[in-house]
Design a protein around this ligand. Structure first.
Ligand code: ZN
Length: 160
């Protein structure tokens, strides 16, 4: 069976940046199981995996537009320190979930702060980066109706 939309794919992967530094890996953990075509992986990686089968190895370099997008300087905000009263140990580098204009969750990283103001960046931490993936396909199977309804695979720790 080959990788196609709505099939559950299990992979081992290592993600490195342009300089070869490891950003994320499944090594030492369980392989990642996901439903293909649902946007779990970045578009460039999904495209590279399309049509592959178990035991195949995929090596792919993904540009920002096929990865986490370009960095957007307009999503860097400065907010009054008072808005963070309920956050313990607020510090630079901390990731927080704020609420956007329409109450949508907005994941941000604190980039600078002083007594009065806090500047946060809502870009994905990997936005603007060229990513390199080394992937070993471990398995491909049809998703169950329940998995499709939930939008995620039920293998590994995500089973319930
Ligand atoms: Zn579920």
């Amino acid at each position: 069976m080959t990788i196609a939309r709505n099939r559950v794919v299990t992979i081992d992967y290592t993600l490195t940046d342009e300089g070869g530094a490891v950003l994320d890996t499944s090594q030492g953990e369980e392989p990642l199981a996901y439903i293909h075509g649902t946007g779990t992986l970045v578009p460039g990686l999904e495209t590279a995996l399309e049509g592959k089968a178990a035991s195949e190895h995929v090596s792919v370099t993904v540009s920002p537009d096929q990865g986490y997008g370009a960095r957007d300087e307009s999503v860097i905000f400065t907010i009054s320190r008072g808005e963070f009263e309920d956050v313990d140990d607020l510090s630079v580098g901390m990731k927080l979930e704020l609420h956007g204009e329409h109450e949508e969750p907005l994941l941000v990283t604190v980039i600078t702060m002083d007594q009065e103001e806090v500047t946060v960046d809502a870009n994905h931490p990997l936005a603007g980066q060229t990513l390199h993936f080394e992937v070993d396909v471990r398995g491909v199977r049809e998703a169950t109706a329940e998995e499709l309804a939930h939008g995620h695979a039920h293998d590994g720790h995500h089973g319930h």
